[in-house]
Design a protein around this ligand. Structure first.
Ligand SMILES: Cc1cc2nc3c(=O)[nH]c(=O)nc-3n(C[C@H](O)[C@H](O)[C@H](O)COP(=O)(O)OP(=O)(O)OC[C@H]3O[C@@H](n4cnc5c(N)ncnc54)[C@H](O)[C@@H]3O)c2cc1C
Ligand SMILES: NC(=O)c1ccc[n+]([C@@H]2O[C@H](COP(=O)([O-])OP(=O)(O)OC[C@H]3O[C@@H](n4cnc5c(N)ncnc54)[C@H](OP(=O)(O)O)[C@@H]3O)[C@@H](O)[C@H]2O)c1
Length: 388
């Protein structure tokens, strides 16, 4: 049955009832000297009955870094043993447990800002930023600050344990595009995750979920997960001749690794072209051996790579699309589906511009006609994006 039309059974697991998975294996995809850290994870689903299709994403319920939790408790002048209501389960638990499992210490709720302004009698710099018209200024002020920064900058704002928990946001799930096919890896789900790290206000910071995965997992760690259906991001039926073009720089490669595994397992008929880009061929050519093997066995017909920092001028995937514009347009005219995954803020926009440019140049179309051509592709579900 086609991936497109397969009835997706109602997921067994959800945010209230996640499957508690364990890590089976992980390895770095980036070299130690790479300017970023990206890692491959293989999560054990044995006995779960959990199913997914390539194009789905996995929701992970992370926990906070205990070192950040302890530092936050110290900044509050509390012990962590105080009993509070768990923000997610409503059970009575020690403050430390509630902060590890239930509350966000990295995103700041307006309730916390308002409480600090009240408790400091308006002396905090936050006082000038709480009015609704200061929303953008407040956002700028909070950029790069964690909850602990506000506590340390406003030492006269004292909180009781329960009161503190009630002015925090709940700790949210994080979604990751699944990078495996169950047909290639039964009872496993693979992820491709960039570890978020940066320095801000003199402190080393880490993304909650990506550092949970990269730094705090042992074979015993409980990883609560469930599947988030990627309804619009599906391969055509394996028996169809429809060509597919995948564009996935950085971690955007994740669903396309899953698609390629699925294509190989199902002997997909249509031809496939993959655009991948990263900073450097030497340090960040993720899944190189797999892609080269797919090229050799015909699972992949064309592989086009863009290394942004291997030369003085940046080369991105959209530059490679434009270099290959005649062939790219020919594939579109043959009915190809164009899939894009990865960074939403810059890449997806620039790739979209390149797509329009190719249609104008190679199709001899005006700007308006190219817009209409892309609109028709979208309407026919031949331009699919999973960007974040
Ligand atoms: C459908 C979907 C699929 C996804 N698939 C993948 C995937 O396959 N692989 C992948 O790696 N990610 C993927 N993501 C992104 C992923 O969900 C997380 O957003 C990402 O891993 C960061 O989460 P985190 O908890 O580690 O970081 P968070 O704790 O959420 O921290 C990230 C936040 O830190 C702040 N920040 C970051 N850098 C700085 C800085 N320099 N200065 C100040 N503040 C900063 C920003 O506010 C940023 O939003 C996907 C997202 C979606 C929606
Ligand atoms: N919003 C932001 O400013 C920002 C910045 C970085 C990462 N992110 C997010 O961080 C996460 C992880 O990123 P990632 O590791 O997947 O990789 P990434 O940061 O998206 O980088 C992957 C490749 O894309 C290149 N790139 C940068 N700008 C591009 C553009 N406009 N068009 C095409 N390619 C471009 C990068 O080059 P160079 O890095 O050499 O330019 C790199 O070679 C994602 O969630 C991403 O959205 C966001």
């Amino acid at each position: 049955m086609s991936n497109e039309s397969a009835p997706h059974v109602k997921p067994l697991y959800n945010v209230k009832n996640p499957f508690i998975a364990k890590l089976k294996h992980a390895h770095d995809l980036s070299a130690p000297d790479a300017p970023k850290h990206t890692r491959h994870y293989e999560i054990d689903l044995a006995g779960s009955g959990l199913e997914y299709l390539p194009g789905d994403s996995l929701a992970v319920l992370p926990t906070n870094d205990p070192a950040l939790v302890d530092a936050t408790i110290a900044a509050l002048g509390l012990t962590g043993e105080e009993t509070v209501t768990h923000p997610k389960t409503a059970a009575q638990v020690p403050l430390r447990q509630a902060l590890i499992e239930g509350s966000s210490l990295t995103e700041i709720d307006n309730k916390l800002v308002k409480a600090i302004v009240e408790k400091t009698g308006g002396e905090s710099p936050l006082a000038a930023l709480v009015a609704p018209e200061q929303k953008e200024e407040l956002k700028k002020y909070l950029w790069g600050r964690f909850v602990i920064d506000l506590l340390l900058e406003n030492p006269t704002a004292k909180f009781e344990a329960q009161e503190f928990v009630s002015v925090l946001k709940k700790l949210n799930i994080r979604l990751y595009s699944i990078s495996s096919s169950l047909k290639a890896h039964p009872e496993e789900v693979h992820l491709t995750v960039a570890t978020v790290k940066y320095t801000s206000f003199g402190r080393e910071r880490g993304g909650v979920a990506s550092t949970f995965l990269a730094e705090r997992l042992t074979a015993e760690t409980r990883i609560p997960v469930f599947v988030n259906l990627g309804k619009g991001f599906r391969l055509p039926d394996a028996a169809e001749e429809t060509p597919v073009i995948f564009c996935g720089p950085g971690t955007g490669i994740a669903p396309f690794r899953a698609f390629l595994e699925e294509r190989k397992a199902t002997g997909a008929k249509g031809k496939a072209w993959l655009f991948f880009g990263e900073v450097s061929e030497k340090s960040c050519y993720f899944y190189k051996d797999e892609f080269e093997a797919y090229l050799a066995d015909g699972t992949l017909n064309k592989l086009t790579l863009a290394w942004s920092r291997d030369q003085a001028e940046k080369i991105y995937v959209q530059h490679r699309m434009l270099e290959n514009s005649a062939e790219f347009y020919a594939w579109l005219e043959q009915g190809a589906i164009f899939y894009v995954c990865g960074d939403a803020s810059r890449m997806a926009h620039d790739v979209d511009k390149a797509l329009h440019k190719i249609i104008e140049t190679e199709g001899g179309k005006t700007e308006e006609e190219a817009i209409a051509y892309v609109a028709a592709m979208k309407e026919a579900k031949r331009y699919r994006r999973d960007v974040y």
